[in-house]
Design a protein around this ligand. Structure first.
Ligand code: SAM
Length: 271
């Protein structure tokens, strides 16, 4: 194992629960850099103690990002090497670091990512989804109208987000109001003792959480709604009927626009 580091900013991923989920390279880098920038020094100390790492810790969190970035740039100018870690997982993924990376790039210092755990990646590796694509929303906003807007905009996406246990029931109730048949996956406490991974309808999951109060850390995915859903066709029929179109015309229009069988639409029209 190499034990030399460059004069650079290393972005080092750390475990999201199980302390053994760390790479040999990450341990090597953390041992050999001059400074580790971390969110909560007490938290990172637990990891460092496990791997007998004695590197100096300096706090860097969302409330002092700009000020501390100046300090770290000066360290790089003096020829020192720095590793940035967050409390868990990959820095800059719903975690601080963006300002530091921006400033370090501006000064043309090298940035070296050290790959490792990230809750979305771990989650995606453990659930089935239709298609390769997904959209990651980070943490949803707190206001109901804003959540509703995001849900509506992303009806046809596999929409992934992080959520805290004390907001899950509220968020699920908002989802149920808009999409009562939505299929949802969640993972709780990934890589930890009480890990739980489930896929079910929003209704069943709401019941699940009302019976077992949600605890721990969560990643959630709303599965994309199928584009040719029955509900959509019903909506389209209703809109076209309001325009006083004949059933046959409606069947032709919907069939040619959305590739749905003409007779199926026609039958729905006359029901
Ligand atoms: N940077 C981290 C990453 O790479 O995943 C994410 C940091 S963000 C501040 C913390 C959120 O990530 C938690 O609130 C939770 O939604 C999710 N998370 C982190 N660890 C998790 C775990 N072990 N199981 C499930 N979700 C987790």
């Amino acid at each position: 194992m190499a034990n030399s580091v460059e004069k650079a900013l290393y972005i080092v991923a750390t475990p999201i629960g199980n302390l053994e989920d760390i790479t040999l390279r990450a341990v090597d880098v953390l041992k050999n850099v001059d400074i580790i920038a971390c969110e909560d020094t007490r938290n990172t100390k637990i990891l460092l103690d496990k791997y007998s790492i004695n590197t100096k810790l300096v706090s860097y969190h969302k409330f002092n990002e700009l000020k501390k970035s100046e300090f770290f740039i000066n360290c790089l100018k003096e020829g020192r090497s720095i590793a940035l870690v967050s409390d868990a997982g990959t820095p800059l993924v719903s975690d601080p670091g963006a300002i530091l990376v921006k400033e370090v790039r501006k000064e043309n210092f090298k940035i070296i990512p050290v790959a490792g755990a990230c809750a979305i990646a771990v989650f995606l590796s453990s659930i089935y989804r239709e298609g390769e694509d997904f959209k990651f929303a980070g943490f949803l906003p707190r206001v109901e109208n804003q959540i509703t807007e995001i849900l509506k905009e992303n009806k046809y996406e596999n929409l992934i987000f992080y959520e805290s246990p004390n907001r899950i029931i509220k968020t699920f109730e908002i989802i149920e109001k808009i999409y009562p048949d939505k299929v949802v996956s969640f993972a709780r406490e990934l890589t930890k003792k009480f890990e739980e991974i489930k896929t079910d309808t929003i209704k069943n999951l709401l019941n699940h959480f009302k019976n077992n109060s949600p605890k721990g850390e969560f990643v959630i995915m709303l599965h994309k709604s199928p584009k040719k859903s029955e509900i959509d066709i019903d909506e389209k029929i209703e809109k076209l009927k309001n325009l006083k179109l004949k059933d046959k015309e409606i069947a032709n229009i919907i069939s040619s626009l959305y590739g749905v069988n003409r007779n199926t639409v026609y039958k729905k029209c006359i029901e």
